[in-house]
Design a protein around this ligand. Sequence first.
Ligand code: SF4
Length: 167
Amino acid sequence: MIIISACLLGRNVKYSGGNNLTPWLAAYYDPALFLPLCPECIARLPIPRPPVEIRNGTGTNVLAGSARVYNKDQEDVTRHFLYGAATTLHLARNHQVSAAILKEGSPSCGVTRIYDGTFSGRRIPGQGVTAALFQQYGIPLYSEQTLTKSILRELIRREKELQNPKI
Ligand code: SF4
């Protein structure tokens, strides 16, 4: 399966209660090939919920214990993000995931960039907590911004081959 951030398919799971529908990506959605997941929902965070950023680091630092995750109300939600990441990884491994397409910029799903922890709209290079854990376990990562149609078609071709190997 190919994991995809559920909000990219139009599921209303983001902190605001809205979604990040990316129509060209959603056009390729096939339930036999894609597994839509939201690590923050898996962590049972409510919808809507206060926005969250990683303070003093990236998802990699959160996994290492040297940075923490706070919401805009200054509540430490690190344990929820770690639980969401670990459970999403568990599901990914159970479904023999071949790749993950995640929402850029998110403190869970960001693949190349996240917000800097000051809630000022500034971005820094780095990954969200789930994306960083996926990377540590060797799952190929793409975002809606790093992916192209030709790469996606190749991911789909490989996934079909994995599901129906030629004898
Ligand atoms: Fe989308 Fe990921 Fe945020 Fe869930 S955690 S709303 S899937 S970006």
